[in-house]
Design a protein around this ligand. Structure first.
Ligand SMILES: Cc1cc2nc3c(=O)[nH]c(=O)nc-3n(C[C@H](O)[C@H](O)[C@H](O)COP(=O)(O)OP(=O)(O)OC[C@H]3O[C@@H](n4cnc5c(N)ncnc54)[C@H](O)[C@@H]3O)c2cc1C
Length: 403
């Protein structure tokens, strides 16, 4: 058995002991006793056949371990063990899992810092299954432009397939991409993070794949063109190319799994990626959910807004959406915070409801404006945003991921 091992496990707290996993396993890896359903690490082939039939998601649990949990250990569990924070690398040394990814995520979550909490109803995420020393190889099965203006603002929908290798993820998580080649000092290029824009059952339902929403970064300084390393590498990928992937990462910026949760999503540009995953999850798994979905999405022009066409087709009863543009000819600039103020009554009503979660994702410089708008909205409604945010943070209902 390879070390470290990605061990497939069943969450005894969520499992309703219906037996669909054991029935769907063609290699006899799943068994049960009077207490628990368990997976034999020696037999599991990571085929994922058991994932879709499970009604609770308890089957979709993974831990990276130095030695596999035995069947006896799994039979004795009332809950899953925590992910060990160190694993033995291929070189045999004991090291922390992916410090690079943790540092990038820490920076992206700096607005909420160590107070960030996952929504109470979110499922338990798998994290750090693949590291930069031990990445998974994914195959490109799609690369499509999703903005009309591909010259100034080329954003692409990239679909990666993991074949028979397990890559479980939840909506709101990110993955790392390792671009090939070395930097000016001869060191391998560092890993970059990208949000997953598909729901947990895959870009194509029940396929072991996922999509990313990637903007080609190009900057011009003194007439000199500088191309971003990873984004240009990804945007230029062709069908069947192989890509080194790490992760998945992130255990707080996660979609609430409660159909009663209202989700207010505020984003710019590629910050829409996790929200595509959220809305698609609701559409596929909880189409009649009571909780409201509201999206406030900013871009410079419609031609620069990722997924503009498909978004326009989503009915307002399912997704209450405000698309906001800051560079429309002959019109005053408008930003997400301006449109939020126009919806003061609706947003204040959402804030008063303890079932509401706020998710903010996109460029770092959107945070201040959104915060000011929420301050004004609360003021108008006779409440205090500082207090409201504190309570939302403590109850895992306020989430920020900006970069
Ligand atoms: C949690 C998280 C989630 C993310 N999700 C997404 C996502 O869903 N989609 C997405 O597109 N991005 C996402 N990002 C951003 C992504 O990780 C990368 O930072 C981004 O793609 C740029 O990486 P790059 O390698 O292309 O650019 P880099 O090579 O890192 O360069 C950065 C910028 O500097 C410019 N530059 C390079 N060299 C020079 C130079 N000599 N002089 C001046 N300028 C220069 C480049 O043009 C580029 O604009 C996310 C980031 C985080 C932290």
């Amino acid at each position: 058995m390879n070390v470290p091992l990605r061990q497939h496990l069943i969450d005894p707290e969520l499992c309703i002991r219906c037996g669909t996993c054991e029935e769907s396993c063609s290699v006899g890896a799943v068994s049960h006793n009077d207490d628990n359903y368990v997976v034999d690490a020696e037999k599991c082939k990571y085929c994922m056949d058991c994932i879709a039939p499970c009604p609770t998601g308890s089957i979709d649990n993974w831990r990276v371990v130095n030695s596999a949990y035995s069947l006896e250990e799994q039979f004795s569990w009332d809950e899953l063990p925590e992910q060990e924070d160190t694993v033995e690398s291929e070189s045999g040394s004991i090291e922390a899992i992916d410090d690079d990814a943790l540092a990038l995520l820490d920076a992206a979550h700096s607005a909420v810092g160590n107070r960030a909490k996952a929504p109470a109803s979110a499922d338990t995420p798998s994290v750090n299954l693949y590291t930069k020393d031990n990445p998974v190889i994914a195959r490109v099965v799609g690369n499509f432009p999703i903005t009309e203006d591909v010259v100034e603002n080329d954003v692409r929908h990239i679909v990666l397939d993991f074949g028979s290798t397990a890559f479980p993820f939840l909506e709101g998580q990110t993955i790392g991409i390792l671009p090939p080649g070395t930097d000016a000092k001869g060191k391998p290029h560092r890993m970059r993070l990208y949000s997953i824009s598909s729901p947990r059952d895959g870009e194509r339902p029940n396929h072991n794949n996922l999509a990313l929403t990637v903007k080609r970064e190009i900057s011009k300084v003194d007439e000199e063109i500088h191309e971003g390393i990873a984004s240009n590498y990804i945007c230029n990928l062709e069908r069947d190319d192989e890509v080194r992937v790490t992760g998945p990462y992130g255990s707080t910026f996660l979609m609430p799994n409660d159909p009663g949760a209202n989700i207010l999503m505020i984003c710019t540009g590629t910050g829409s990626a996790p929200f595509r995953a959220f809305t698609e999850r609701r559409r596929r798994a909880m189409a009649n959910a009571e909780g409201r979905l509201m999206l406030i999405f900013g871009a410079r022009r419609p031609a620069e807004l990722p997924y503009f066409g498909p978004l326009k087709k989503i009915p307002p009863e399912f997704l209450d959406q405000e698309l906001v543009f800051s560079r429309l000819d002959g019109q005053e600039k408008e930003y997400v915070q301006d449109r939020m103020r126009q919806r003061t009554d609706d947003i204040h009503a959402l804030l008063e409801d303890k079932a509401t979660h706020i998710f903010i994702c996109g460029l770092k410089d959107m945070e201040a404006g959104v915060n000011e708008a929420l301050t004004d909205i609360c003021h108008q409604g006779g409440s205090d945003w500082v207090e409201c945010r504190r309570e939302m943070l403590e109850s895992g209902r306020y989430h920020v991921e900006t970069y």
